[in-house]
Design a binder for this molecule. Structure first.
Ligand code: NZQ
Ligand code: ZN
Length: 405
C-alpha cells in the first residue's frame, strides 16, 4: 500500500426527514452572520420531490424569507437553472449573484451537477481572480476564504456531497475538467432517500452505473497486492449490484434506494482511494464526449468501460482476476488461464450493463454521423491518466471510441 493523506470534513446527516431535523442547526453553525443565504438548484425536480419546500420552511423558521431584505441579511437568494453538465458561464453567473447579494451560505439542492456548480460558485464568489484558470486549469493552492457551502442530495451518483471535486464544462474551449480540493468539500450533506423516489428510471440506471464506475476506476489501479481499500471496494461493488437489481425490479424499494445513496458517498469519500494510484481514464474519455455532445455522464461510462477494460486487463491481470472471482463469483477452475478468467469478468460486467437496461454503444446515446466525424478531435482532447495500469495513447482512445460505436 502506498502512503496517503485522508480527510473528509463533511458532516453527513442521513435518513428520512433529515432536512427538517438537522438543517436548522447547520445553518446556525455555518451561515456567515448578517449575510443572505443562496439556494442553487436545477430544472425544478426539487419542487416535485419535496426538497425545495423542506429547505424553504427551515430557512423561514430561522427568519430568512424570499421577500427578505438583502441589506439586513435575511434574504433567500434563489439560483435555479443549473443544467446537467454545468457550464463555466452558468457557474460565473451564480458567483456574480452570490457576490452582489452578499451571500454567506450556499445550499445546493439536487444531483451532482447542482452540487458541483454550487461548490464552484462558493470558490469563485469569494475570489478576486479567475477560479477556472487558477484552480481548474492550473491547480494552484486555494488559500482564499471560500463561502460556506452545504448540499441536500436528491440523486445518488457522483458522491459530490462528500468530496472536494467539482466538474465544470468550459463551453468555449470544450474542456470538461474536474478538480478536487479539500476546501471544496461541502460542510454538510443532508441525504434523505425519499427525495430520490421521483428520479426517472433512466437517471436511476445512469447514476447507479456512475457509482459502480467510481469504484472500478479506483479499484483497477496500483498497487496490485491485497490492500484494505480494495477489500472495501469489492464489498461495495457486490452490494451495489444487488441493490441496483432490487431498485430496478421495484423502483419504490426504499431499502435499495437508501443503500445506493450511501454507496455513492462511500465510493467517493476517498476511503477506497487510500493508498491507490487511481485510474479514472474512462471518466476522462467520457468527460470529453460530454464536453462535445452534452451526453449523460453515467450512460457514457456504461458504454466505455467494457471496451476500455478489454484494452488494459493484461496490464493489471491479478486485479482483473480478483474482480472476476470476488465480484462476479466466477470460479478459477472453470477457466484455462488467468487471462481467460479475467476476460470472463469483463464479460460479466458487460452482461450486467445490458441486464440493467443501460446503453452499450455511442449510437445508443445519441451519436450520429456528425459526432462520428468529431471522434479524432475528441480523442485528442482527452486527459491521459497516469494512475492507470497503462497510460493510453491518443490513437488507442480513438480505437476505443470506435469499438464503442
Ligand atoms: O435539473 P433537475 O430538475 O434537478 O433534474 C435533474 C437532472 O435533470 C434530475 N434529478 C435529480 N434529482 C432528481 C431528479 N429528477 C427527479 N427526481 C430527483 N430526485 O436528474 C438529472 C441529472 O442530474 P445531474 O445532477 O446532472 O446528474 P448527476 O448527479 O449524474 O451529475 C452529473 C454531473 O456530475 C459530474 C458529471 O461529469 C456531470 O457533470 N461528476 C461529478 C463528480 C464529483 N463531483 O465528484 C464525479 C463524477 O464522476 C462526475 O464527473
Ligand atoms: Zn462519475
Amino acid at each position: 500500500m502506498r502512503d496517503f493523506r485522508w480527510e473528509c470534513r463533511t458532516k453527513v446527516r442521513f435518513g428520512q426527514g433529515c432536512v427538517s431535523e438537522y438543517l436548522p442547526q447547520l445553518v446556525k453553525e455555518y451561515a456567515l452572520p448578517g449575510r443572505n443565504v443562496m439556494i442553487g438548484y436545477g430544472g425544478g425536480s426539487i419542487k416535485r420531490n419535496g426538497a425545495y419546500d423542506d429547505v424553504i420552511s427551515v430557512l423561514e423558521s430561522l427568519g430568512y424569507s424570499r421577500e427578505g431584505n438583502a441589506a439586513e441579511g435575511n434574504l433567500i437568494v434563489e439560483f435555479p437553472g443549473i443544467m446537467s453538465n454545468p457550464t463555466l458561464s452558468r457557474m460565473k453567473e451564480g458567483a456574480e449573484l452570490a457576490s452582489m447579494m452578499d451571500v454567506g451560505l450556499i445550499i445546493g439542492i439536487g444531483g451532482g451537477s447542482v452540487m458541483d456548480c454550487c461548490k464552484a460558485i462558493a470558490v469563485q464568489a469569494g475570489y478576486e481572480g479567475d477560479a477556472w484558470e487558477d484552480f481548474w486549469m492550473q491547480g494552484k493552492p486555494m488559500t482564499h476564504q471560500v463561502i460556506p457551502c452545504g448540499v441536500v442530495v436528491t440523486m445518488p451518483a457522483t458522491g459530490s456531497e462528500v468530496n472536494g471535486c467539482a466538474v465544470l464544462t468550459n463551453e468555449e474551449t470544450r474542456i470538461k475538467c474536474d478538480r478536487d480540493y479539500p476546501e471544496m468539500n461541502p460542510l454538510f450533506a443532508l441525504m434523505d432517500p425519499l427525495y430520490t423516489l421521483t428520479m426517472p428510471l433512466r437517471q436511476l440506471r445512469a447514476g447507479t452505473f456512475d457509482i459502480l464506475s467510481h469504484i472500478m476506476e479506483t479499484y483497477f489501479s496500483y498497487p496490485l497486492e491485497e490492500n484494505p481499500a480494495d477489500d472495501v471496494a469489492e464489498g461495495l461493488m457486490k452490494g451495489l449490484v444487488r441493490d441496483f437489481r432490487a431498485a430496478i425490479a421495484d423502483p419504490e424499494d426504499i431499502q435499495a434506494r437508501s443503500n445506493i445513496m450511501w454507496t455513492a458517498s462511500l465510493a467517493e469519500n476517498r476511503i477506497i482511494k487510500t493508498g491507490k494510484t487511481l485510474d479514472f481514464q474512462a471518466h476522462n474519455m467520457e468527460h470529453q464526449l460530454s464536453a462535445y455532445t452534452d451526453c449523460n455522464h453515467g450512460e457514457g461510462l456504461a458504454v466505455l468501460h467494457p471496451a476500455y477494460y478489454r484494452h488494459i486487463y493484461k496490464d493489471g491481470l491479478p486485479k482483473f482476476v480478483r474482480f472476476a472471482e470476488r465480484v462476479w463469483d466466477l470460479c478459477r477452475d472453470d477457466y484455462e488461464s488467468d487471462e481467460e478468467l479475467a476476460s470472463a469478468g469483463i464479460d460479466a460486467l458487460q452482461a450486467f450493463i445490458k441486464e440493467a437496461g443501460l446503453p452499450t454503444t455511442l449510437r445508443d446515446i445519441g451519436f450520429g454521423a456528425d459526432e462520428e466525424k468529431l471522434l479524432p478531435e475528441i480523442a485528442e482532447s482527452c486527459f491521459i491518466s497516469q494512475g492507470a495500469f497503462r497510460p493510453l495513447t491518443v490513437d488507442e482512445i480513438l480505437e476505443i471510441y470506435r469499438e464503442c460505436w
